[in-house]
Design a protein around this ligand. Structure first.
Ligand SMILES: [Zn+2]
Ligand SMILES: [Zn+2]
Length: 317
């Protein structure tokens, strides 16, 4: 990982140039950093959770965006297929991602399509629009009802934000499992009713109406299946390992409903931006930390450690 000086390019028609304000480090980027990600290969400028100020536009029709602080929906899609036309751009066969296929937010200036910009508050929380939208979709698939009991596996950003949303939906129990005590401590500020360090404690409670796996390993996928009630719902959103062996006959006989949840629809993203603008994420606890961009490599290494203190590190160019 290196910091380079580069001249910003002028935006093409339909694109705008942002001066990046805040850019969060995502778990998927940590796996890329250690070379365990199928989609992310170096060299690249990562960063897909960011906000910035529009400083240049490629088309006159985008002049209204100049000077606005915006969050970026990093999905770049064809705009023509059946998925794009129903607002489900995350399913577009031509789907590309800013920060993976295009240069991302870990730089001072970045060009993004005009349609990806959503006006947002100038707070660090703005850079959480993308992970909140991901959590929003996971919880949407979980279809929580008032009085449901929920298990959330993983106290990273998606797990924490899902917990907060599940609280809003009126669930009564929200048990969060992780192996990092710092992150579990954060979870208590995000609506967890109980936290479990599954490295230290054995035996996860059972019979949850809803389980969200925000990790995605063989172990956490099995934990989800073993903890959900018969007829309950599991949402798989974590992508840590590409495959897992699951007891499908047991799942069939138990009528366990499972959902894959990936990124967000346009509607999920829009609602997440609106929630942030309304202060939904303003909690008085330092669960994230802000660092200068030059501290990028250190911050990646820190986030990889099981002892890492913060659920999120946000870089500021
Ligand atoms: Zn991400
Ligand atoms: Zn498409």
């Amino acid at each position: 990982m290196a910091v380079e000086d580069r001249e910003p390019e002028d935006p093409k028609p339909g694109f705008v140039t942002l001066k990046v304000n805040y850019s969060g480090i995502c778990g998927s980027e940590l796996s890329a950093f250690v070379g365990q990600n199928e989609l992310r290969k170096p060299p690249s400028i990562m960063g897909h959770e960011f906000t910035g100020k529009v400083v240049k536009v490629g088309s006159d029709s985008d002049r209204y965006l100049l000077g606005k602080n915006v969050a970026v929906n990093p999905l770049v899609t064809c705009g023509k297929c059946r998925y794009c036309r129903t607002g489900n751009r995350q399913l577009c066969p031509e789907r590309k991602l800013i920060g993976v296929d295009y240069p991302g937010g870990f730089e001072e200036y970045v060009n993004v399509p005009d349609y990806s910009c959503y006006e947002i508050v100038e707070k660090p929380e703005g850079s959480l629009a993308e992970p909140l939208a991901t959590a929003f979709r996971a919880v949407f698939h979980a279809m929580p009802e008032i009085d449901d009991r929920a298990l959330i596996i993983g106290a990273g950003t998606i797990g924490l934000l899902s917990t907060k949303l599940l609280e809003t939906y009126g669930t009564v129990d929200r048990v969060v499992v992780d192996i990092n005590d710092f992150r579990l401590e954060h979870a208590l500020h995000w609506g967890a009713t109980k936290v479990i360090n599954n490295k230290k404690e054995k035996g996860i409670p059972k019979d949850f109406d809803v389980v969200i796996d925000a990790v995605g390993t063989q172990d956490t996928r099995m934990m989800a299946i073993n903890s959900v009630a018969r007829g309950g719902r599991i949402v798989f959103v974590g992508l840590h390992e590409p495959q897992a062996a699951v007891p499908i006959n047991y799942m069939i006989r138990s009528e366990i409903e499972t959902y894959g949840s990936f990124c967000y629809s346009d509607d999920n993203f829009r609602r997440s931006v609106d929630l942030i603008n309304r202060g939904f994420l303003d909690i008085n606890e330092r669960w994230y930390d802000i660092r200068p961009l030059e501290k990028g490599e250190d911050s990646f290494n820190e986030e990889l450690s099981p002892e890492s203190r913060y659920s999120k590190i946000i870089l500021k160019p």
